[in-house]
Design a protein around this ligand. Structure first.
Ligand SMILES: *Cc1c(COP(=O)(O)O)cnc(C)c1O
Length: 426
């Protein structure tokens, strides 16, 4: 049996322990939802205030040049590139994940239409994040393609001669299951299919190697593990071999080769810059940079590999403690036990009461979240989702979170009416 003392010893020996000092965390909160909204970096409030008062207030329009506003998408993109196995100049920070998905999926369909016009299908996972499926569905209608949804174990068999694009989220938002990006990409390419990878639950959470995997297109989120703040700009990467082949459909002036020539005709910038559309939210970009710096602060300590090691230790410990201390309360495990198949979250299932249990935990300061199931067995049941961000979660936090879960279940506290009222955002 693992004890509280064991957990404290793990914290004492944790080489990444000091990284927690970079954040302002509320007193009495164990935050297991950094996979939905990352925490506030200490530097962000002052940095955004400076951007408001000095750069906007005093610099005014001059700040586009003097404060480097105009290059922020590329500068932040280069920081993100370090975390996802991309090269400098291959990533821009811009727009939202949904919008960037529209751009890259559209470009992928253009390439398919030219190179393999008979291929008219996009394959994705039925349990992919809904916005990804909605965007794909809309593009399919627009372009005469069909969206085919499969279970994870059916993906390889689904890659027939009809399939133009395989669109997957690397780490599943509901279950925390992770694909082998290199193997799946190789299988897709062998079948003549392009790949689009959504890194929303991967960037800053697990090591990613886009170039090594020979992926085709990728997008990801700035406000989850990258700690960029609510609604932070997302990012987009395109394999350099595809980047200059097509315009993306939102061909605004920021993606023009020379936006300040103000020519009436569109001439796309070369490389990833053509994936920009219009003027960026500079204040949000400023906050995102503070978030990126908190992840890059791990570089001298071993970077993403070291963060991954700790993340696996945290999720292993959580699974073990839940099984040791909360046995007999109807909890199941939706997240794979195999390290290679697990992201940085653990999802528990329960046939009933999952929402109320999460609410009771939140009232105790243990913040996770709830994701609705479709009533079927196994990973399709309602889910209690707990994200573990190794930058600021410690082993004693894991112990305490499980202790609260145990008490909520043993005392049936979750059955109180107040925990059974559904809010708009779950
Ligand atoms: C969080 C998430 C998104 C979010 O998209 P927004 O455009 O930022 O709302 C998209 N896709 C996946 C897989 C996500 O996990």
């Amino acid at each position: 049996m693992t004890t509280l003392q064991d957990c404290r010893a793990l914290d004492a020996n944790d080489p990444l322990r000091a990284l927690r000092q970079q954040f302002t965390l509320p007193e009495g909160v164990i935050y297991l939802d950094g996979n939905s909204l990352g925490v506030l970096p200490n530097t962000a409030a002052a940095r955004v205030a400076q951007a408001v008062t000095a750069e906007w207030g005093q610099g005014l329009i001059r700040s586009w040049n003097s404060a480097g506003w105009f290059e922020l998408p590329q500068r932040l993109g280069n920081k993100i590139a370090q975390l996802i196995g991309a090269a400098p100049g291959e990533v821009v920070a811009t727009d939202s994940t949904s919008i960037n998905l529209y751009k890259v999926l559209s470009a992928a369909l253009h390439i398919a239409a030219q190179d393999a016009p008979a291929r008219k299908v996009i394959v994705s996972e039925r349990s992919n994040f809904p916005t990804d499926l909605y965007i794909a569905e809309a593009l399919c209608r627009e372009r005469g393609f069909r969206l085919q949804l499969v279970e994870p174990e059916e993906i390889t068999a689904a890659l027939t001669a009809e399939v133009a694009v395989l669109m997957l989220t690397h780490v599943n938002y509901r279950t925390g299951a992770m694909h082998d990006m290199a193997a799946v990409t190789a299988a897709a390419h062998a079948a003549g299919t392009l790949t689009v990878w959504d890194l929303a639950h991967s960037a800053g959470a697990v090591p990613v190697a886009l170039n090594a995997a020979k992926a085709d297109f990728s997008i990801g989120c700035g406000y989850k593990y990258l700690n960029g703040g609510p609604g932070a700009p997302a990012f987009v990467w395109v394999n350099p071999k595809h980047a200059d082949r097509f315009w993306q459909p939102l061909a605004g002036w920021w993606g023009h080769a020379a936006p300040f020539e103000f020519t009436p005709d569109y001439r796309p910038a070369t490389g990833i810059s053509r994936y920009l559309c219009g003027t960026q939210p500079i204040l949000s970009m400023t906050a995102l940079e503070c978030g990126l710096d908190t992840v890059l602060a791990a570089e001298p300590l071993g970077g993403m590999q070291a963060l991954r090691q700790k993340s696996l230790a945290l999720t292993d410990l959580f699974i073990k403690l839940v099984e040791e201390r909360c046995a007999g309360h109807g909890l199941g495990l939706a997240t794979p036990r195999e390290h290679a198949q697990r992201g940085s979250q653990v999802c528990l299932t329960r046939t009933q009461g999952a929402y109320a249990i999460v609410q009771a935990l939140i009232a105790r300061g243990v913040i996770g979240d709830f994701r609705a199931g479709d009533g079927k067995v196994g990973k399709h049941l309602d889910i209690l989702r707990f994200g573990f961000t190794p930058l600021y979660i410690g082993f004693e936090d894991v112990w305490n979170a499980v202790e609260h879960l145990k008490q909520v279940l043993e005392t049936a506290e979750w059955q109180k009416a107040e925990f059974n009222q559904k809010h708009a955002v779950t």
